[in-house]
Ligand binder design. Structure first.
Ligand code: G3H
Ligand code: 13P
Ligand code: ZN
Length: 322
C-alpha cells in the first residue's frame, strides 16, 4: 500500500470509537519500533515529522525511512504528516516533498490571522491531494523552539470552531483541553499526590471536547501533548544517572475515553523519547565497556515497539483496524 491521507482512517476511527496514533519520528530505530508494532497489531498509523526532526535528520532521509516502512509493512495504511508546520513555506515544502498530510499551527496568532494562514495552506494542500490539520487554542509546554508557560496556555473556545472550520476548510482540528507538550506537563502545584506520592494531574476538560463535537458533528478532533509519561521509564532514567523529578503525563484512561468520543488522532512523542533514553541509560550503566551503537539501539527499539503496542491495544483502541 502506498502512503495514504488520513481521510478514510479518521472516518473509520470516528465511527468506530477509536483513535489513530500519531507518533513522531526522528531516526530509523524509532520508525522501525513504531511500524513493527503497528504491523503486528494490524493498526493504521500516522508517522509525523516536526520542523526540529527535519532540521536534525533532513527531509529526504525521513521521507525515505517512511517509504521503507511502507514497503516493509504493506498490510497497514501509513500517513506521513508534518507536525506543527510553522508557516506556509514549510507546509508547501512538505506537500511538494511527498507528505500526505500537514499541520499548519497558527494557533498563537489572532483568530483572523489563524484563519487566513490556515486557509492558504488548505487551498495549496487540497490542490495537491494533501489533507490539513489546524489548531485552535494554545497548549502549554515545549514544541520545537516554542515554549508556552502554563499561565499563557488557553483552552479552545467552542464558540469559535464552526466559523474556523467553515472558513478555512481544514480536514481536522487540534484543540486545547488541558493536554500539554513534553515530559513535564504540569507543575506540582497544579497536581494532587496519590497515596504512593505520585503526582495526579488535573482532569482533561471533557466539557470543552463535548461542546466542540456537538458543534462539529462527525468532524475529526486531534489531541496534541498526549504522552502519559510512563513512570517505569521515568524511574529507569532516574535509577541510571538521570534527573527527571516529578515528570508527569496524561492518564491513559482519559485518552482512551477521548478516543471513544470525537478524537481521531492522538499525538505521542515524549513517551517514545523516555523509553529510548531510559533503555540506553540502563544499558550503559549495566555495560560500561560496550560502545557499539547497535547493541544499545537494539533494546531501545524493542522497548519503543512494546510501548507502541501497548498504546495501540490499551489506549487508542486501533489494533486490528488496518
Ligand atoms: O510537539 C512537538 C513534538 O513533540 C516534536 O518535538 O520539536 O522536539 O521535534 P520536536
Ligand atoms: P507529547 O510531548 O505529549 O508526546 O506530545 C507530542 C505532540 O503533541 C507532538 O505534536
Ligand atoms: Zn504537538
Amino acid at each position: 500500500m502506498a502512503l495514504v491521507t488520513s481521510t478514510e482512517m479518521f472516518k473509520k476511527a470516528y465511527d468506530g470509537g477509536y483513535a489513530i496514533g500519531a507518533f513522531n519520528v526522528n531516526n530509523m530505530e524509532i520508525v522501525q519500533g513504531i511500524t513493527e508494532a503497528c504491523r503486528e497489531e494490524k493498526a493504521p498509523v500516522i508517522l509525523q515529522v516536526s520542523k526540529g526532526a527535519r532540521a536534525y535528520a533532513n527531509h529526504t532521509y525521513l521521507v525515505k525511512l517512511v517509504e521503507a516502512a511502507v514497503i516493509e509493512c504493506p498490510e497497514i495504511p501509513i500517513v506521513l504528516h508534518l507536525d506543527h508546520g510553522p508557516d506556509f513555506e514549510t507546509c508547501k515544502s512538505c506537500i511538494d516533498g511527498g507528505f500526505t498530510s500537514v499541520m499548519i499551527d497558527a494557533s498563537s496568532k489572532p483568530f483572523a490571522e489563524n484563519i487566513e494562514i490556515t486557509k492558504k495552506v488548505v487551498e495549496y494542500a487540497h490542490d495537491h491531494g494533501v489533507v490539513v490539520e489546524a489548531e485552535l487554542g494554545t497548549l502549554a509546554g515545549i514544541e520545537d523552539d516554542v515554549k508556552v508557560a502554563a499561565h499563557a496556555a488557553s483552552y479552545t473556545r467552542p464558540e469559535e470552531v464552526e466559523e474556523f472550520v467553515s472558513k478555512t476548510g481544514c480536514d481536522s482540528l487540534a484543540i486545547a483541553i488541558g493536554t500539554s507538550h513534553g515530559a513535564y506537563k504540569f507543575t506540582a502545584a497544579q497536581c494532587t499526590r496519590n497515596e504512593k506520592g505520585i503526582l495526579v494531574p488535573p482532569p482533561l476538560r471533557f466539557d470543552v471536547l463535548e461542546e466542540v463535537s456537538r458543534r462539529l458533528p462527525g468532524f475529526p478532533i486531534v489531541l496534541h501533548g498526549s504522552s502519559s509519561v510512563p513512570q517505569n521509564y521515568v524511574k529507569m532514567i532516574n535509577d541510571n544517572g538521570g534527573k527527571m523529578p516529578d515528570a508527569v503525563g496524561i492518564p491513559e484512561e482519559q485518552l482512551r475515553h477521548a478516543a471513544e468520543l470525537s478524537v481521531c488522532k492522538i499525538n505521542i512523542d515524549s513517551d517514545l523519547r523516555l523509553a529510548m533514553t531510559g533503555t540506553v541509560r540502563q544499558f550503559f550503566n549495566e555495560h560500561p565497556d560496550k560502545f557499539d551503537p547497535r547493541e544499545y539501539l537494539k533494546p531501545a527499539r524493542a522497548n519503543i515497539k512494546e510501548l507502541v503496542r501497548h498504546k495501540l491495544v490499551d489506549v487508542l483502541g486501533c489494533a486490528g483496524k488496518a
